[in-house]
Design a binder for this molecule. Structure first.
Ligand code: PXL
Length: 275
């Protein structure tokens, strides 16, 4: 098996099972060397905890990038998630455009909204900045809320295939030809992922577990990226990540104490098996 090196850029939420504390173990379990660039350090994630600390690492980024440049460090893949500031988006775009090897793949998870709402630290200026990352991404990985904010489409809780098709083509116009749209469900008890590639859509439907858990977007994205970088074709990687996240939620749903994330670690052997 080819040994690959990925760079992932997202925050460290010290407690809360999201972002880097999810991406590092999952990508490592997939057999990939994982380099990190923390966008910010928070005491916890921002969904449900109050009084969290937040240290923005935007101003550290140019020197870190310059050092890597001097050392000749390049990456087989670059995967970005929750970022620390609007200014940082410009630095991240530059890294996406310059720090990959020739055949590298770049995956952008917009990671700024869910359930029809922006996460607490973000605003419309940040959303506009995020639009500029789309042409630098080979694959965009939004949920429906993020897709709507980026494409300027009204967010709906219930919809049909035509709405999703229109959403994906509006999003594609921002300059990203491949989109993996998560949380797409057309029937009660079902959800799934719509994979848009050069104008055509393939849909994978799976069970929707009633209990919504924080951090599932990051677990999904990390498992998807890990499968893809391990050489799985796009749709297969989207399916593997979906099957993994269902098992992670099943493993968490009966534990009322565990409200802040998913217990993804005990299910890692299942992910490895699917690879
Ligand atoms: O899971 C996305 C995410 C990542 N990082 C931080 C968050 C969230 C979602 O709320 O607050 C800090």
């Amino acid at each position: 098996m080819e040994y690959k090196r990925i760079l992932t850029i997202q925050d460290i939420s010290c407690v809360g099972q999201c972002s880097l504390t999810v991406a590092l173990p999952i990508l490592s379990a997939c057999g990939i060397e994982t380099a990190i660039l923390p966008s910010a350090v928070l005491s916890t994630h921002t969904a449900g905890f109050s009084g969290f600390t937040f240290r923005d690492l935007t101003d550290d980024m140019p020197a870190i990038r310059e050092h890597w440049q001097k050392e000749g460090i390049r990456f087989d893949a670059i995967y970005t998630g929750y970022l620390g500031s609007t200014k940082q988006v410009g630095y991240v775009k530059d890294i996406l455009d310059t720090m990959g090897k020739e055949e590298s793949v770049k995956i952008v998870d917009p990671a700024f909204a869910d359930n029809g709402k922006l996460y607490p630290i973000f605003d419309s200026v940040y959303v506009d900045a995020m639009k500029t990352l789309c042409p630098s991404a080979d694959i965009l990985l939004p949920n429906i809320t993020e897709a709507c904010f980026l494409a300027g489409v009204e967010y709906k809780e219930t919809y049909d295939e035509e709405y999703i098709g229109d959403l994906l083509s509006a999003l594609g116009k921002l300059g990203c030809s491949t989109i993996v749209l998560t949380g797409v469900g057309y029937a009660p008890g079902k959800t799934g992922v719509a994979v848009y590639e050069n104008g055509s859509i393939h849909y994978y439907e799976h069970q929707r577990i009633a209990k919504g858990c924080h951090g599932t977007g990051d677990v999904y994205a990390s498992a998807f990226v890990g499968s893809l970088v391990r050489g799985k074709p796009l749709f297969e990687a989207a399916k593997i990540a979906a099957n993994y996240i269902v098992q992670c939620i099943e493993n968490t749903q009966n534990d009322p104490e565990h409200w802040y994330g998913v217990k993804f670690e005990p299910v890692l052997p299942e992910l490895i098996r699917m690879l």
